[in-house]
Design a binder for this molecule. Structure first.
Ligand code: PEP
Ligand code: MN
Length: 264
C-alpha cells in the first residue's frame, strides 16, 4: 500500500487549515513540550507568524530518563488545542501508548509516532484503525525499509493518511550533532513511496545553531514540509532546549526556507 508501484500519485493529506504532500510545503512548529497554557499560546503566535499551519507540542513525552519531565497529559492537550484554534492552526502531537489513542484523537488533527516507537507494532495497528492522519518518525537506527514497513502496518490496518519524518539517525559520529541528518532518505523515500516526506532539522542536529543551515538543506531536498522546535527561553525549556530556535531566529529561518522552496 505504501509503494509507488501501488499508487503512483502523491498522497495529499487534507487537514482543516492545510494540505500536506506533493509540491506544497507545510511548516509545523512549536515547543518540544507543552509547558503551560500561556506558553503554548505565545508559541502558537510565533509559529503562525513564520507561516506554520500546524502547531506541535508534546503532552506525553518519550524521555530517555524516567526522571525527566514526562509531559502535562490531557491538560496539555487542552491547552495545545486552544492555542491552535485561536490561531487557525491544526494540531500535531505525539501518542506514545495505544491506550491513549482515543483520548488524544479528541484533541489532535495528526498523531505523531515518535522515533522510539516506530516499531511499536501494537501502537501502529491502533492508529491504523483510526481515521486520524499519522506522522511516523524514523527510528533512531531504522533503515528506509524498516520505516516503510512500519508505515505499511498503519496502512494495512485501514489508515492511508501517513507522512514520514526524517529526524536523524544514529551513526558513529555524534560528538557535535545529536544525530546524523539523512537527507538522502528524502529523495529515496519519494522514489519508493507516495506518502509525504517531512524533515525535522531540530532532532536531526540537536543544536539550535545547526538548525537553520540544515533546514535550508532540508527544503532543498524537495521535502513536502518541515517540523521545527521553537522556544522563547530555551535555557529553561522543559525538554530539548539546546535545539530550540528563539522566535527571531525561527522567523528568519522561515523566510529563507520559503525563498528556497519558491525556487524548487
Ligand atoms: C519530538 O518530536 O519532540 C520527539 C520526541 O521526536 P523524536 O521521536 O523524533 O525523538
Ligand atoms: Mn523534541
Amino acid at each position: 500500500l505504501s509503494s509507488r508501484l501501488f499508487q503512483p500519485e502523491d498522497t495529499i493529506i487534507k487537514l482543516p487549515h492545510t494540505e500536506i504532500g506533493g509540491r506544497t510545503f507545510t511548516m509545523m512548529a512549536g515547543p518540544c513540550s507543552v509547558e503551560s497554557a500561556d506558553h503554548i499560546m505565545a508559541m502558537a503566535k510565533v509559529a503562525k507568524a513564520g507561516g506554520a499551519t500546524l502547531l506541535r507540542g508534546g503532552a506525553y513525552k518519550p524521555r530517555t530518563s524516567p526522571y525527566s519531565f514526562q509531559g502535562m497529559g490531557e491538560e496539555g492537550l487542552i491547552a495545545l488545542r486552544k492555542a491552535a484554534d485561536a490561531n487557525q492552526m491544526d494540531v500535531i502531537t505525539e501518542v506514545m501508548d495505544e491506550t491513549h489513542v482515543d483520548l488524544i484523537a479528541k484533541y489532535t488533527d495528526v498523531f505523531q509516532i515518535g522515533a522510539r516507537n516506530m516499531q511499536n507494532f501494537s501502537l501502529l495497528k491502533a492508529v491504523g484503525k483510526t481515521n486520524v492522519p499519522v506522522a511516523l518518525k524514523r527510528g533512531l537506527a531504522a533503515t528506509v525499509d524498516d520505516l516503510l514497513n512500519a508505515a505499511e502496518y498503519i496502512a494495512a490496518n485501514g489508515n492511508q493518511q501517513i507522512m514520514l519524518l526524517e529526524r536523524g539517525i544514529r551513526t558513529f559520529d555524534n560528538k557535535y550533532t545529536r544525530n546524523t541528518f539523512d537527507l538522502n532518505a528524502v529523495p529515496v523515500l519519494q522514489k519508493l513511496t507516495h506518502f509525504p516526506v517531512i524533515v525535522d532539522p531540530s532532532h536531526a542536529t540537536g543544536e539550535w545553531d545547526l538548525v537553520t543551515p540544515m533546514a535550508r538543506a532540508g527544503v532543498a531536498t524537495g521535502a513536502s514540509g518541515m517540523m521545527v522546535e521553537i522556544h522563547d527561553d530555551p535555557e529553561h525549556a522543559f525538554s530539548d532546549g539546546p535545539q530550540a530556535l528563539k522566535p527571531a531566529t525561527y522567523l528568519k529561518m522561515c523566510e529563507q526556507v520559503q525563498a528556497i522552496h519558491t525556487l524548487m
